[in-house]
Design a protein around this ligand. Structure first.
Ligand code: ADP
Length: 253
């Protein structure tokens, strides 16, 4: 597997010299193509800041972020919109679907922004919607779907441009445990069968157990990591809970 994303000694400070918060304090790690990584840690440990810096929603204070050989941490604002549109897919806790558009229109929206033809968009949409089990909902509006179905629509929208990496911020945050499990099966399918590289922030140990690798942050530093290897979901879940207990974080059994 080749390196896709490099986080190199990244720092992010908020405030001033008197009251300085080190949200990220010299974090380094690599994401390989085809990885599925969960970022975990207590509230305030820097998870969202890290995701926002990779998404270029926030600037780093120091260090480098390199995606597919390009240093994104030094890109100019006008280059960043293109970077976000072409290289990233996003899945948010609250789905972020547009209520006045149909499911199909929501899914193909990123392709419309890229100027892809209607026919090609429709074909890709049908293909992905079939894989994700939402083909029968394409002409409905988001308000007609359950939370779990809406999040699968958001997954399809994130996948449709074949982005280099999909960033997911607490993707199961608004779902009950049954729908959380279904969504994690969907994300695993996207990773294993559809080649998506996924970087996901979660505070939920059971959700983290689906990832191939879990990074634990503490006070803006990379504190520990776990690899799933051929461990079962249950074993990984237990190991994450044990790590969180040592870390002093909050977990959900
Ligand atoms: P997490 O996502 O793990 O809960 P965050 O990345 O949101 O953690 O926050 C890390 C630290 O940075 C916290 O101490 C938080 O208070 C601080 N922080 C985050 N965003 C800001 C901001 N815009 N201004 C000042 N401090 C911030």
């Amino acid at each position: 597997m080749s390196t896709l994303l490099q986080i190199n000694q990244v720092t992010k400070y908020y405030g001033n010299e008197k009251v300085l918060t080190k949200a990220l304090d010299g974090i380094s790690f690599k994401v390989m193509k085809g990885d599925f990584i969960a970022i975990m840690g207590a509230s305030g440990s820097g998870k969202s800041t890290l995701l926002n810096c990779i998404a270029t929603i926030d600037n780093v204070s120091g260090g480098k972020i390199v995606l597919a050989g390009e240093e994104i941490s030094s890109k100019k604002e006008h280059e960043l919109a293109k970077y976000r549109r072409d290289q990233l897919g996003f899945i948010f806790q609250d789905y972020n679907l547009l209520d006045t558009l149909t499911v199909k229109e929501n899914i193909v929206l990123p392709l419309n922004l890229q100027g892809v033809s209607e026919e090609k968009s429709a074909n890709l949409c049908r293909q992905i919607a079939t894989e994700l089990g939402i083909i029968e909902h394409l002409n409905k509006f988001p308000s007609e779907l359950s939370g779990g179905q809406r999040q699968r629509v958001a997954c399809a929208r994130a996948l449709i441009t074949t982005p280099s990496v999909i960033l997911a911020d607490e993707p199961t945050g608004a779902l009950d445990s049954t729908n959380s499990k279904k969504l994690m099966d969907t994300l695993s399918l996207m990773n294993e069968k559809m080649g998506a590289t996924i970087l996901m922030v979660t505070h939920d140990a059971l959700v983290g157990a689906y990832a191939k690798r879990v990074l634990f942050l503490k006070d803006g530093k990379l504190w520990h990591e776990l690899y799933k290897g051929d461990k079962t979901l249950q074993t990984m879940h237990k190991e994450i809970l044990a790590t969180m207990a040592l870390l002093g974080g909050e977990g959900r059994v």
